[in-house]
Design a protein around this ligand. Structure first.
Ligand code: SF4
Ligand code: SF4
Length: 91
């Protein structure tokens, strides 16, 4: 199951400059289903599934208003082979 990037826009930080929309390869003019678009005074995430997780918006946002959380892809993680033990019990 492909994972969908979980994009969060911190509305209190966004200054609505539009840079993320301009730079996003999956948004802006010509996009049939843009990830990002300008909402009411802040950027809105319209199509999560169209995001390719390139992190351009995260990197270039002047206000550090965009965050992406990669969700687990459904596969189970490796077991912990190095179990931690109390530091005061040196064996
Ligand atoms: S680049 Fe950042 S501050 Fe500018 S519109 Fe996008 S989220 Fe808002
Ligand atoms: S991570 Fe890339 S594709 Fe996804 S919204 Fe940001 S700029 Fe667009």
């Amino acid at each position: 199951m492909p994972h969908v990037p979980d994009i969060k826009v911190i509305k209190e930080r966004c200054v609505a400059c539009g840079d993320c929309i301009t730079l996003c390869p999956q948004s802006g003019e010509g996009s049939t289903s843009p990830v990002l678009d300008m909402g009411e005074g802040t950027v809105a995430v319209l199509d999560y599934e169209a995001c390719i997780a390139c992190y351009t918006c995260v990197e270039y946002c002047r206000a550090a208003a965009i965050h992406i959380v990669q969700e687990a892809s459904g596969h189970e993680g490796q077991p912990d082979l190095y179990l931690t033990r109390p530091v005061n019990r040196i064996v």
